[in-house]
Design a protein around this ligand. Sequence first.
Ligand SMILES: [Zn+2]
Length: 327
Amino acid sequence: MAWIDFKRVKALVTLEMVLNRYGLFDNLKKSGANLVGVCPIHSGTNPKQFSVNLEKSIWHCFGDCQAGGNVLDLVANLENCSIFQAGQLLTEWFLSDLEDVENPLPEKAAAPAKENQEQAEGVEEAGENPPLSFKLKNLSPDHPWLKERGIARETADYFGLGFCSRGLLKNRLAIPIINSAGELVAYAGRAVREEDLKEEKYKLPPGFKKLLEVYNLNRQSANLDRLILVESFISVWWLHQAGFPYTVALMGSEFGQRQEELILNRLDSTARILLMFDADKSGAKCASDALSRLGRWVFVKSLDLSAVGNKPHRIPPEILSDIILFD
Ligand SMILES: [Zn+2]
């Protein structure tokens, strides 16, 4: 049997079946919508690190593994084998009796579960953003654009921001993007002049994949207990200097699957996330997506900013401290 129907395996094999086969199911305890327990993959001791959502058929380890996924990922991690081999094992364990049954899985019956899962997983982007082999020099942090937006010099220095006077990002604000491993992977070039705005607001290297990075996540400690998620760079700077350094940005209003994994891997299982997306159509859509996806694992709350300025960086600091509440 060389060919494995992964969709069929995912549709027919539940996490409960797999956990039972390993004798792990009875050790899990109910916690909200999830089951939690000691992680069987990294043999941890924390009884809350390993989290399973039976309804969505997904799991995640908040501890050393930094792993998660569906039934196939679970077996691949437990057996230390490939996804393909995991598919072979699951087929052998649970589906071999079904092999001879004619049309065992009508497409119609399987369709809703499949659609839900794909929706819940978000946009998957393959590959990675390779680290840059250079660093921009002679960036000037003094520019009225930042001052006009209330971004202090110390904040600009902290985030390595500076204006570029030559090269590809000439006349733009260069924003270093550092991946969660601490490597510089790109500069975003924010237009500051009217004529450049018409061209494009942000210039990014060709082929750069935003959905694989979370801005400012590299500066966050492991096992975070709180996190603010925003759309834009400037919202991060603004919240940082207002006393909320645990703010990270998606760099847009789309929430990729890799971004979700990167965020989950920085969190403690008891963490609380506050979504502060722009009060517009795309922000609302992204908020509802992030709520349902992150909400499977941790406490998530979305703030409606329509009454306070629509965007995080337009909200005065004194109002920020009134509305940023994690309970
Ligand atoms: Zn683990």
